[in-house]
Write a protein that binds this ligand. Sequence first.
Ligand SMILES: Nc1ncnc2c1ncn2[C@H]1C[C@H](O)[C@@H](COP(=O)(O)OP(=O)(O)OP(=O)(O)O)O1
Ligand SMILES: [Mg+2]
Length: 186
Amino acid sequence: MTLTKLNFITGNKNKLLEVRAILGKVIEVDNQEVDVPEIQGTIEEIAKEKARRAAEAINGPALTEDTALEFHALKGLPGPYIKSFMEKLGHDGLNKMLDGFEDRTAEAVCTFAFCRGPGEEPIVFQGRTEGAIVRPRGPANFGWDPIFEYDGKQTYAEMDKEEKNKISHRYKALVKLQQWLAEGQQ
Ligand SMILES: Nc1ncnc2c1ncn2[C@H]1C[C@H](O)[C@@H](COP(=O)(O)OP(=O)(O)OP(=O)(O)O)O1
Ligand SMILES: [Mg+2]
């Protein structure tokens, strides 16, 4: 069965905007805002379970995304728990977490999971982009974007949206998703 549109389950408007900007020419992206619980575990386990639960909640095919931010000095933490860390500590606190370390590099990880329907095994598409954690620069309208510096130059928040969408963790994951769509979803 060829997919004619993707049902992207997310409550995050910025994610939806980026996915539409990148995938919009290739396939229609519908959105439903369903609050699916996120379990603890590895990035892949969390992503798969999120898609499984989303497919059950809407009783049909569901695409979900989970974003992680791995600090190398902290062996990958906060990773998938970045949302809670960001909410509690903010840009300043996240920076301070690394002040005792020399290594301020980090990896932004985007993991899409697609589940055909209830009871089906989800398939995962992941993209990673290397950067460093810096004091905030640029507009603060998307989470940790102002403290994630790409390429030693601009932060995600300072980058032109089009530029960001050519190198971001989300773009790289969506390239893999597009390939899978083009190859007939085998
Ligand atoms: N560049 C970014 N890309 C993705 N998420 C980001 C970015 N900057 C900040 N964030 C935030 C949004 C969330 O607080 C957190 C990621 O948590 P996550 O559970 O994946 O998203 P979410 O809960 O906002 O949406 P969803 O409904 O898809 O789960 O990181
Ligand atoms: Mg979430």
